[in-house]
Design a protein around this ligand. Structure first.
Ligand SMILES: Cc1cc2nc3c(=O)[nH]c(=O)nc-3n(C[C@H](O)[C@H](O)[C@H](O)COP(=O)(O)OP(=O)(O)OC[C@H]3O[C@@H](n4cnc5c(N)ncnc54)[C@H](O)[C@@H]3O)c2cc1C
Length: 434
């Protein structure tokens, strides 16, 4: 019954809200029906067969999103990459109006009320955007700044910050990392001191994606002098308050179209009611939020890797060296086959973790494994494929060189590879205790 209602809601909301209607050739069916029984017309090869976690609704959602990507985003990517920023308010309004900024968020706050597998499907599809910066900015909005608010925030807070973020009326950013604290989140220095019914915030945040354009920040700050895992809180802070300063926009190796800011907080007064959930629980909420961030990042980069492999196949098939296509050299086609195999293994891990997550399991270990593997595989795919493009791969004109630059972040951001290894070791009970 619940599944049937979810399918109905998805159908109704998407059809009523968006001008990007589902393709009429793809019928939306109940979530409980068997996917394989009805043949459908789609460019997605896997749509015709059984799928581990995706139903017709997932594929319909993907197809609808693809139209927005092809019509409203990809035609502008070159310009936005060159400008070092994309118009987040404009793009988010388009995505929000179509329901894509809150597929797994509550219906009463503008979401579609679906399970997390739909967010994974959306993240995969966003991988068709021809750069890493814009999908990352969207992911920050949907899966990095809002999960804790949706789960633990008060109704008033959700009305003020979650609803407009889902509708695309407000741009959000996440303030966890600082100049002196990235991998070690527990050592952040930003303080929010309670004075009456306000917090007074002092400190600074580094590497804040969407930071120069955001309307609010989901800020992790120390709200007491207690032990580092129990003294932190997540607070929704409007970015237009007196004392919030964008210190600078950071120039980067990749992710050019995504703005990254350093932000200072100088005696910023915020009502205490802006706290998400309970005071002192911020570290725990953020660790939970990281699970979705990591699954999202893996889903997103999977599609990018696949696209880079496919474009490399096309290029090397027509490019001739020593009187035959580059692709016909065994070292080339074997390597591409090996990379595609690794991509499929990673996809299997992601979908397994997603299936367990939507059933309510803690998938921290699997999500960390997938994030670790995703970062390492992206570096291999970028490096190997770029090599097969020869000099062309070294130009800025091709997707592979942008992927090579952008995807390097995967092994650093949202928890570096070594941080993932530490978490995996903890779950394997092989991490030496200090
Ligand atoms: C483009 C970009 C966007 C970002 N967006 C955001 C954002 O929106 N919000 C936000 O809060 N943060 C954001 N970040 C920050 C990101 O999450 C951090 O950069 C990341 O967590 C690493 O922290 P750090 O840079 O301080 O590196 P450090 O913590 O200084 O780590 C340096 C290196 O040490 C190594 N290392 C770490 N732990 C261990 C260990 N246990 N054992 C051995 N070696 C280890 C790793 O190789 C790591 O790369 C962003 C970063 C970038 C570059």
């Amino acid at each position: 019954m619940a599944l049937r209602e979810g399918a109905l809601r998805l159908n109704l909301l998407l059809n009523s809200r968006t001008f990007y209607k589902f393709n009429s050739s793809v019928g939306v069916r109940s979530l409980s029906e068997n996917v394989s029984s009805t043949p459908v017309t789609s460019s997605a090869p896997e749509i015709a067969g059984d799928h581990l976690i995706y139903t017709q609704e997932h594929f319909a959602l993907k197809e609808s999103l693809r139209k927005i990507i092809d019509q409203e985003i990809n035609p502008h990517v070159e310009q936005w990459e060159a400008e070092g920023i994309f118009p987040a308010h404009k793009v988010f309004k388009i995505l929000g109006s179509a329901g894509f900024l809150g597929v797994n968020k509550p219906v009463e706050y503008g979401g579609l009320g679906l399970d997390y597998s739909y967010s994974v499907a959306v993240a995969e599809e966003l991988g068709h955007i021809r750069c890493g910066g814009i999908p990352m900015a969207i992911g920050v909005q949907t899966d990095m700044t809002t999960p804790a608010l949706a789960r633990f925030g008060s109704a008033e807070l959700k009305q003020e910050f979650l609803l407009p973020s889902i509708m695309g009326d407000k741009v959000a950013c996440l303030g966890v990392s600082e100049v002196g604290a990235g991998s070690d989140v527990s050592s952040i220095m930003t303080k929010a001191v309670r004075k009456g019914d306000e917090y007074v915030i002092n400190g600074g945040k580094m590497w804040t994606t969407n930071g120069t354009q955001a309307d609010w920040i989901c800020l992790l700050a120390n709200t007491s002098d207690g032990p580092p895992h129990r003294n932190k809180s997540l607070i929704c802070v409007p970015m237009n308050l007196p004392g919030v300063q964008i210190a600078r926009k950071i120039e980067k190796l990749g992710m050019w179209s995504s703005d990254t800011a350093e932000v200072f907080f100088d005696d910023v007064h915020v009502p205490c009611k802006n706290i998400i959930g309970q005071e002192g629980m911020g570290f725990t909420y953020q660790m939970l939020q990281f699970q979705e961030e990591r699954l999202w990042a893996v889903a997103n980069i999977l599609t990018m890797m696949e696209n880079v492999i496919q474009e490399t196949i096309q290029y090397t098939r027509q490019r001739k060296i020593f009187k035959r296509p580059v692709l016909h050299h065994q070292s080339v086609h074997f390597r591409l086959a090996e990379l595609q195999t690794e991509v499929e293994l990673l996809r299997a891990l992601l979908h397994c973790a997603t299936a367990l997550y939507i059933k309510g399991n803690d998938v921290t270990k699997l999500a960390s494994m997938a994030k670790l593997k995703g970062g390492r595989l992206a570096r291999e795919v970028g490096d190997s494929c770029l090599q097969f493009w020869g000099g062309m791969g070294f130009t800025s004109d091709v997707l592979v060189s942008r992927f090579y630059r952008d995807s390097r972040l995967m092994s650093i951001g949202g928890g570096a590879d070594e941080v993932m290894l530490g978490i995996i070791c903890k779950y394997m009970d092989i991490l030496p205790k200090n």
